[in-house]
Ligand binder design. Structure first.
Ligand SMILES: Cc1cc2nc3c(=O)[nH]c(=O)nc-3n(C[C@H](O)[C@H](O)[C@H](O)COP(=O)(O)OP(=O)(O)OC[C@H]3O[C@@H](n4cnc5c(N)ncnc54)[C@H](O)[C@@H]3O)c2cc1C
Length: 436
């Protein structure tokens, strides 16, 4: 809570400080008996400067948020980071798009000569075009088939957009000629470099400590678990990692997976459903092959929101954070009331079946409800997880923490149902299995 408050104060301060410096110039501009078009021109031009200052700060925030900084990720959580990232991206782009037109109109009204092909303006235009490309891909990927790798590579432009925008504003901006803002801008650039160095150092660190694959285990017809040996960093059950597999000397793209093992056990594991290019090759992994693992990330752990009662609601492969938490609870003999409501298409999709049954038989406070959406002869609950089914098995909606993980549409509906059942927002926790 303290960390969150500190972050909000810091971010607000980063926006307000340049605004204060900017506002101190307004009084001087407004003085003197000037014609109306000049006044108007001054105000529009000043507004254009303000757009640039805030837009620049938002680009900086975008850079920080997408840099996978553990402190931020653990404080805010991935989902909130992504939401902020989207909002800052859109607002920042709109501001920066309006900045050149506002300064142009402002100068025009003030009857000032304008140099269109000024090299520093072209530098700013390059940053703007790169930003538009990033935003375009981020918006369009939902409608056009854009591969994740392409989307990610275009997102990496942020590493060059920031220094370009910095150079443009430092050399051309009138506000950045003031010592106070100049110092602040250089501090931002210093932070940019520190983060860049941190990222490069992390990369070296991770690559200097590869993990060994020890086992590959088939859990269901399309889910495989990989087990690893190596320098495992301490983690909480429910957190996730980023993995790169090394095959034939080639390092794969980094992919996020929930850690399905429990910190109470020696081996580290992930459990992967085959859905695409990378995940469909998991079954071909061999013991002794190497992997780079960057861990741990995420705040989706019951340890962060401890309570007497827990309801875990999973859809398909969304079981992985719960199996990790359940393994932890089982190993530590934690006396909590837990209900797992797990939706799958058919009983063939149920992973960890024997282990879960063993846990349920040995932990009287743990109950599993399977819900099958596409199996007519299933003897238990059928259809989708909804308010009616949740109400049937859960009696206490006040002193219970609810955790939800599964396909996006299932999560959306379940979270809506939980709210309708009177569960407050701070008792609902969820993890999306998507980074965009
Ligand atoms: C926090 C988190 C935890 C996850 N935990 C699990 C888990 O425990 N088990 C599991 O099976 N899956 C998990 N996933 C999903 C898993 O990361 C994707 O299914 C996998 O990366 C898809 O890769 P692909 O190339 O096989 O599929 P593709 O068909 O290429 O991609 C399918 C979708 O997966 C996403 N994706 C693809 N490549 C990447 C990448 N390099 N990085 C991030 N996302 C990508 C994209 O949204 C894409 O549209 C998790 C995802 C997140 C964000």
């Amino acid at each position: 809570m303290m960390k969150k408050a500190l972050m909000i104060i810091l971010m607000a301060g980063f926006i307000i400080l340049p605004m204060i410096i900017w506002s101190r110039t307004l009084y001087f501009n407004a003085s003197g008996g000037l014609p109306i078009n000049i006044y108007l021109g001054i105000y529009i031009y000043d507004f254009g400067r303000l757009l640039a200052l805030i837009g620049f700060m938002l680009i900086f925030f975008q850079y920080v948020l997408s840099s996978r900084i553990r402190f931020i990720e653990r404080t805010v959580g991935l989902d909130k980071i992504m939401r902020l990232h989207r909002i800052f991206g859109i607002v920042g782009l709109v501001m920066i798009l309006f900045h050149p037109s506002a300064t142009f109109i402002g100068n025009f009204l003030q009857e000032q000569d304008q140099l269109f092909f000024h090299p520093l303006k072209i530098v700013g235009l390059v940053a703007l075009l790169l930003l538009c490309l990033m935003a375009g891909i981020a918006i369009l990927y939902k409608y056009v088939n854009i591969k994740y790798e392409t989307w990610k590579n275009v997102h990496r432009f942020i590493y060059i957009v920031f220094p370009i925008a910095f150079f443009h504003s430092l050399r051309l901006g009138s506000d950045t000629q003031k010592l106070s803002l100049k110092i602040f801008w250089w501090i931002l650039f210093g932070l940019y470099l520190i983060i860049l160095i941190y990222k490069i150092a992390m990369r070296f660190y991770i690559r200097s400590r590869p993990f060994n694959i020890t086992r590959v285990l088939q859990e269901t017809h399309d889910i495989w678990s990989l087990f690893f040996k190596g320098k495992i960093k301490s983690y909480k059950p429910g957190q996730f990692l980023f993995i790169q597999l090394i095959r034939n000397g080639k390092v794969s793209e980094s992919h996020p997976f929930t850690i399905s093992s429990s910190p109470t056990r020696d081996e580290l594991s992930i459990s992967v459903k085959s859905v695409g290019d990378f995940t469909s090759t998991i079954k071909n992994c061999k013991p002794s092959e190497l992997a780079y693992i960057d861990m741990p990330y995420g705040v989706f752990s019951f340890l962060n929101y401890d309570a007497k009662n827990f309801v875990f609601i999973a859809g398909g492969i969304g079981i992985t954070p719960f199996i990790s938490m359940l393994r932890y609870m089982y190993d530590t003999k934690l006396g909590r009331n837990i209900i797992l409501i797990w939706g799958n298409k058919t009983s063939k999709d149920i992973a960890f079946k024997d282990e879960l049954e063993k846990m349920a038989s040995e932990m009287p406070s743990f109950k599993i409800i399977h819900v099958m959406s596409s199996q007519q002869d299933w003897q238990g609950e059928k259809g989708f997880i909804n308010a009616e089914k949740i109400k049937k098995y859960v009696s206490d909606f006040k002193d219970t923490q609810f955790f939800v993980c599964g396909p996006p549409i299932m999560m959306k509906n379940v979270i809506r149902d939980l709210k309708q059942l009177g569960v407050t927002k701070n008792h609902i926790h969820y993890e999306r299995f998507a980074l965009r």
